[in-house]
Design a protein around this ligand. Structure first.
Ligand code: 6GP
Length: 818
């Protein structure tokens, strides 16, 4: 490997010694007797030593310069594994690999011992993780603020084709990279009532009779690539305020202590496993206020250490709210400014609305957070008072702008119908509202948030998502990373637009060969993974057609598997039909309570059972459902993909980010004109993608007109009718022919996701893939062009836009005094 210049002299012998010492001091063992997990820990602690000085130096520099800082507030950070990524960004990966070789260990194997930090569900959480990587790499002062869930995203098992969920006890062996910062603990209060106290002619609002927990931060280092910058992901744990007192004779005190312990324990117990879906649970609101109150309190304390005048807050701090989950930040900041800093409303509101900013990640109606007032006011009495006043003033403003227009009030009020509408609160309290891809932002402006947009168009802006090439190319696909560096140098690692220099090679046969050979090696690596974890044999010479993402009806895994059923029918009944061997690879977790999504998983596995075991089709189709799809195996999957399935109902996928990871690794998109697919096609050219289906406009037009009638298709389309019938005739469920009836009903009654409507067009696009793949040179060129045109989709580009246009941050340089 050669792509990493060494940042500072890496002391290999010293490192080896440290690993050996660490095993001894941590586990009382000589290294020869250590388990792989123990070696992983020892190596991680040694790496942490290399991080610490940079971490301290970075924060010294931030303090010295008193820089503006963004606090990225997010319920989710889907970080994946840290060790490999930290080594990559320290530029020590190759050196450590060598050091471990000499100690008799394989770095990849050691990396595999680390559990994923799965503190997130899917796109929104992984985006937050990519953003942290880019912020540190670009040298922007930033904190990620979140929750240290004891259990992250559940582990998925597949039993008899069904998903089963198992707890993700990711902290059971400890987390070598984290640092507990007890000295920064703060108190967070729930419930009780608000008492008014008059002091010197001013009313003060005091929360009394509350329950509280101590929020204790754990810091994780976020390392910039090759620049000495180490930012912080601060995740909050909850502890009881009162120590549990076993010999207490006072029963009341004892019970209170137990209660507080339980409260603390339950708050951070588990991540809600819902993607794009609001479940309205009280504990979830507790989690939200818990980490927001802690993060905002701490940020204000830190600000006050360096600044005297609280009015300067917007010059030094932005709170970026990752969707509406952190929106109580608006009211919490108001509370602190008024109740603790003694400001009047107008002053506090001015500061707040110049400090908070909001990103919207979905237009899915079921994801909209609307808390019942009863619950909200009971749990957060003081915060609720403030929200009431925000609403009162906001409604006045609406009425002033649109006198007599009740519809406007109804559409925009923060409190309506007995509910607190979190998106409306976020917009009312923010100076910036952004969508995550051009099409998504347009839909927000023209439809979803139209009234808000008309009221204040300058507040709205687009920030198309991105991904970090450090994890999803440099670490995930070392063969391709090296090849690229050989061809064009290594600047792409921190400036992805350099990839366009690859364009001169796309017609070069030797390069095509090399590129496709790398893909083939990566397919062998994935085939091996599938054999080990799923015990299915797949042929790396077949087309690897991949759909990996959360399971959701709008993402239409069902369309994909129905089409597989259709191909199988053709192979079985049309003697003249032939196809290039194809491996359909799925990976997806379904929210534990999402029945239909789980049934789709069962269907995929049932189809796999039938098709994979039918010798008569000579292995032309294989179907694989990869268990427990997560960041760490995603890295292997993207590198090996030939085709990227991005087939959401147009208008529903706000952006998508998996689409970008496939593109970067040379897999053309088979997709609808939805989310960032639109921009991918813009970059690579429509001739280098396989686009099908209704447009967002068309979908929205049907919806305005009350949908379409799927029975028209059922009655006229024999291929569709056939696969639908197979859902209920026991073809894929001989023991229980009614098993998939719910899917049949959903498609034939309403088909709200236009699966039947798009079926033919999808099948046609799939045929084009089949044909295109058989043109070896043409395919190689297309694949290479996808990599070459992926520059725009680096999260570095996205973060530069946020930093310049929303956050107004300045870059900081960090040097190490040796
Ligand atoms: C997701 C969107 O569904 C996805 O399209 C986008 O790429 C991603 O956010 C990052 O912006 N949204 C969620 O995961 C979610 O839960 C509330 O939104």
């Amino acid at each position: 490997m050669n792509q990493m210049k060494m940042l500072a002299d890496f002391d290999k012998e010293g490192f080896k010694k440290e690993v050996i010492t660490n095993v001894k001091t941590l586990f009382r063992k000589p290294i020869e007797e250590a388990t792989p997990q123990q070696v992983f820990q020892a190596v991680s602690y040694a790496v942490k030593d290399d991080i610490i000085d940079r971490w301290i130096a970075t924060h010294k520099e931030y303090e010295k310069k008193n820089v503006k800082t963004v606090y990225y507030l997010s319920m989710e950070f889907l970080m994946g594994r840290a060790l490999g990524n930290n080594l990559i960004n320290l530029t020590y990966y190759d050196a450590v690999k060598e050091a471990l070789d000499e100690l008799g260990f394989d770095l990849n194997f050691i990396e595999d011992q680390e559990p994923d930090a799965a503190l997130g569900n899917g796109g929104l959480g992984r985006l937050a993780a990519c953003f942290l990587d880019s912020l540190a790499t670009l040298g922007y002062p930033a904190y990620g603020c979140g929750i240290r869930y004891k259990y992250g995203m559940f582990k998925q098992g597949i039993k008899d084709g069904y998903q089963v969920e198992m707890p993700d006890d990711w902290l059971k062996d400890g987390n070598p990279f984290e640092v507990k910062r007890s000295e920064y603990a703060v108190e967070v209060k729930f419930g009780g009532y608000v008492r008014v106290e008059n002091k010197n002619g001013r009313n003060y609002f005091i929360q009394d009779g509350y329950q509280s927990v101590r929020a204790v931060p754990y810091d994780l280092p976020v390392i910039g690539y090759g620049n000495n910058v180490v930012n912080t992901l601060r995740i909050w744990d909850a502890e009881a305020i009162q120590e549990f007192c076993l010999d207490s004779f006072d029963k009341g005190e004892y019970e209170k202590a137990v209660e507080q312990q339980n409260l603390a324990k339950t708050i951070v117990e588990v991540l809600y496993p819902n993607d794009n879906h609001y479940a309205g649970k009280e504990l979830r609101l507790r989690q939200q206020y818990f980490f927001i109150s802690a993060s905002v309190q701490r940020a204000i304390l830190k600000f006050k250490e360096l600044n005297k005048d609280i009015h300067k807050l917007p010059e030094k701090v932005t709170f970026q709210m990752n969707d509406t989950h952190p929106t109580v930040a608006v009211a919490e900041l108001m509370r602190i400014l008024m109740d603790e800093e003694g400001l009047e409303w107008d002053d506090a509101w001015d500061i707040t609305t110049r400090t908070c900013a909001y990103t919207n990640h979905t237009i899915m109606a079921e994801a909209l957070e609307k808390w019942p007032i009863e619950l909200f006011s009971r749990l957060l009495p003081r915060i609720y008072q403030i929200v009431e006043e925000i609403n009162r003033r906001f409604v006045l403003k609406i009425q002033e702008m649109y006198p007599g227009n009740q519809d406007k009030v109804k559409n925009m009020a923060v409190l309506y119908d007995g509910q607190v509408k979190m998106a409306h609160l976020a917009i009312a309290g923010s100076y910036s509202v952004n969508g995550v891809a051009a099409l998504h932002t347009k839909i927000l402006e023209e439809r979803e948030l139209k009234d808000f947009y008309e009221m204040r168009p300058e507040q709205f802006n687009n920030k198309t998502n991105g991904i970090t090439q450090r994890r999803f190319l440099l670490h995930a696909n070392p063969l391709l990373a090296n090849w690229i560096t050989d061809k064009i140098g290594d600047e792409w690692i921190t400036n992805l637009s350099h990839l366009k220099k690859l364009k001169v090679y796309v017609n070069d046969e030797k390069c095509q060969h090399e590129f496709m050979n790398i893909k083939y090696q990566n397919k062998i690596r994935l085939a091996k993974y599938i054999k080990e974890h799923n015990n299915v044999d797949v042929d790396p010479r077949s087309i690897f057609d991949v759909q990996v993402k959360r399971l959701h009806e709008y993402k239409r895994q069902l369309l994909n598997i129905l089409h597989v059923m259709h191909l199988y029918n053709r192979l079985k009944t049309e003697p003249e039909f032939d196809m290039y061997p194809r491996t359909f690879i799925f990976g997806a977790k379904a929210s534990a309570g999402y029945k239909r999504a789980k049934l789709i998983i069962k269907l995929i596995n049932s189809v796999a059972d039938v098709v994979n075991n039918d010798a008569s089709i000579e292995g032309k189709i294989k179907v694989v459902f990869i268990e427990n799809y997560r960041v760490s195996n995603a890295e292997i999957i993207f590198a090996a993909a030939d085709v990227s399935e991005q087939i959401s109902t147009a208008s529903r996928e706000a952006s998508g980010t998996g689409n970008m990871k496939f593109m970067l690794n040379g897999a053309p998109t088979l997709g609808t004109m939805d989310g960032a697919n639109v921009e991918i096609v813009e970059e690579v050219g429509i001739e280098n993608a396989f686009i099908f289906g209704l447009s967002a406009e068309e979908v929205m037009k049907y919806e305005r007109e009350g949908g379409y009638n799927p029975m028209d298709i059922y009655n006229n389309n024999q291929a569709v009718r056939r696969v639908l019938t197979q859902l209920i005739d026991g073809t894929y469920a001989p023991d229980d022919p009614d098993r998939f009836r719910d899917l049949y009903d959903s498609l034939t009654k309403e088909d709200v996701y236009f699966i039947l409507k798009d079926f033919d067009s999808y099948a046609e696009a799939q045929q084009k893939v089949d044909k295109a793949y058989q043109d070896e040179k043409g395919w190689a060129k297309m694949a290479m062009l996808n990599t070459a045109c992926a520059g725009k989709f680096s999260s570095d580009r996205t973060i530069e836009e946020y930093a310049k246009e929303i956050w107004k941050l300045k870059k900081v340089k960090v040097s190490l005094d040796k």
